[in-house]
Design a protein around this ligand. Structure first.
Ligand code: ADP
Length: 286
């Protein structure tokens, strides 16, 4: 398998690549990860079963699209494929660190969000964690949010044995939260938590492991505040470019609900209580 991966890297880059050393990299949630060391170049490789190739290709597309905006650094995808029972995804290895300016991270993320996009959704479906994320493109954010985000996760939860009280009422009343707020499509990282953010060798911000699609920019933050790690500086940086608008404090609960439902669907009943509380809270606020 490693020979096939090294050959694919050589063919793609046009530079002979031989694996001198291979180390596992921890910290991921879904895949096995490795650092491949060559004579002049190192690469980061994710491995999963062969069926995961679509997920890897969607991740590569997402990285390419974010890179194309020239707003914030992401690892450059190199190649992906299957060999035997394995799917692999090779990208640029970046010496990631924990420091770096949160202000700059916020600022660059806002610049990414400020790049005009034409529609909500994306040209392909992808995954959020290991859960499918449908991205059928359209012009109506509320319909997209209702059908392809919250509705999709509620239906999945039902299949997983959990019917949340008030879910239908909430979907019906979604418009109430958007009175006086004009949504716009922005390219989103889509899975922005502190584990998918780091700094590069120069201290500049890097985001990785995206679940990219075009959505209203406020949706980016559904996960951001869930597990902590984003300081006041981050928000100051973001708002220095794109100030958050009135009503965000309530709407962010809708986006947190999406990720909380996804956590319920991925990790089970530990998240049922917080998802139900969010539904209740939102229904009281509607
Ligand atoms: P998963 O898809 O399994 O969630 P991640 O994309 O989160 O995996 O990667 C796992 C870990 O590997 C990250 O926490 C990060 O520390 C490191 N990492 C991710 N991408 C790179 C990269 N391009 N170069 C170096 N290290 C990386």
């Amino acid at each position: 398998m490693w020979d096939a991966i090294a050959t694919h890297i050589s063919e793609t880059t046009g530079e002979p690549f031989e694996i001198l050393q291979k180390q596992t990299v921890g910290g991921g949630c879904i895949n096995d990860a490795y650092r491949l060391e060559g004579r002049n170049q190192n690469y980061f490789v994710k491995l999963n079963h062969a069926g995961a190739i679509d997920m890897f290709e969607a991740e590569a597309d997402g990285l390419r699209e974010i890179a194309g905006t020239k707003t914030i650094r992401v690892p450059s995808p190199i190649c992906s494929g299957t060999t035997g029972a394995q799917a692999y995804f090779v990208m640029e290895f970046i010496n990631l660190g924990g420091g770096g300016s949160q202000f700059q991270l916020g600022e660059r993320l806002a610049r990414l969000h400020a790049v005009p996009q034409s529609r909500y959704g994306w040209h392909r479906d992808n995954t959020i964690g290991a859960t499918p994320q449908p991205n059928l493109a359209g012009d109506d954010w509320l319909e997209f949010l209702r059908e392809h985000r919250l509705g999709f996760q509620f239906r999945l939860a039902k299949q997983n044995g959990m019917a949340f009280n008030g879910s239908e009422d909430l979907l019906r009343q979604l418009d109430d939260f958007f009175d006086g707020y004009q949504t716009k499509p922005s390219l989103l990282h889509g899975d922005l938590w502190s584990g998918n953010v780091a700094s590069d060798e120069n201290g500049g911000p890097v985001i990785f492991d995206p679940a990219t699609y075009c959505g209203d920019r406020e949706a980016e933050f559904g996960l951001t505040e869930m597990f902590g790690g984003f300081r006041t500086d981050f928000w100051s940086g973001y708002e220095s470019v794109l100030p958050l608008e009135e009503g965000y404090g309530t709407r962010k609960l809708i986006y947190r609900l999406y990720h909380t439902l996804n956590h319920f669907n991925l990790f089970g009943s530990g998240y049922a209580g917080s998802a139900q509380s969010l539904v209740n809270q939102l229904l009281r606020l509607a």
